[in-house]
Write a new protein. Structure first.
Length: 266
């Protein structure tokens, strides 16, 4: 699993899928109560989703969720994580917002009950619900959830954590969608700064934030700056991916599923 996780973190999704498929083959010999089976299914579901294979992602995540509920109970943190992942897949796939919302709300409710209102996992659920609200044009609610999430993350994880950067990026996207470009730029610049500090100058999450910033600068009629940000983003992705994997450039941003999550205790 560790090789697959490393490949996923670098947005090398084809390699990650290969590693996790091998792990899944090995997991077929496990008892259904063996958590390694659920973990493998969950991991490969995220890799499928990163490549746009949402039907296969949904199938793997649903299999994991059924076993988790049976062996861990319906309010376990791992169940909450799978509900969250499945809700995100629905949201990203074909705009299946009506199906995504109850899953994300259930995940949030479990996490608040089990871990308390100020846990990083709660922040993760808040972010994903905020993204859903933004897609639906419910900007005020999205703003409230993102700002609550940011406060939780800064207090629990520190201001230079990648999860903080991801939420700052989301706030930038939200304000850009509302046409509030100066505020959006402030959030995007902060996100890029935190990513550079936390992950270095060659990580795919930094590339995703740079692309968001490039799009914003284009809307602000600053084409030279936009081109510069876009070129830096593309260079980072080329450095991270093999030639045959460069199609994954457009899906790199699904890496938020990794950074937002804090692995639940067994």
């Amino acid at each position: 699993m560790s090789a697959g996780e490393a490949a996923y973190e670098q947005c090398n999704f084809a390699a990650a899928e290969n590693y996790f498929n091998k792990a899944a083959d090995q997991a077929k010999s496990f008892e259904l109560s063996d958590r390694r089976l659920w973990q493998t299914l969950d991991a490969i579901a995220q890799v499928y989703a990163a490549q746009g294979k949402y039907d296969r992602a949904e199938e793997a995540e649903r299999r994991a969720l059924v076993m988790e509920k049976v062996w861990l109970g319906p309010e376990h943190p791992i169940v909450a994580s799978s509900l969250d992942h499945l809700g995100v897949f629905y949201m990203m796939a074909q705009g299946r917002y009506a199906e995504a919302e109850p899953l994300l709300e259930s995940s949030l409710a479990i996490r608040e009950k089990v871990s308390g209102p100020n846990h990083p996992d709660v922040a993760a659920s808040l972010v994903h619900l905020a993204e859903l609200y933004q897609h639906q044009g419910r900007y005020s609610k999205a703003d409230s959830f993102l700002k609550r999430s940011l406060t939780i993350q800064e207090n629990a994880l520190g201001p230079q954590h990648p999860a903080v950067a991801a939420t700052l990026d989301d706030l930038g996207l939200l304000f850009a969608a509302e046409g509030k470009y100066p505020q959006a730029e402030s959030f995007e610049r902060r996100a890029i700064s935190v990513y550079r500090e936390a992950l270095g100058s060659h990580h795919c999450e930094l590339a995703a934030a740079l692309r968001s910033y490039a799009t914003l600068l284009e809307k602000m009629n600053r084409p030279a700056e936009s081109d510069q940000a876009e070129r830096e983003a593309f260079t980072i992705m080329e450095d991270n991916l093999r030639a045959e994997d460069r199609v994954a450039l457009r899906t790199c941003h699904l890496g938020f599923l990794h950074w937002y999550q804090v692995p639940p205790n067994p």
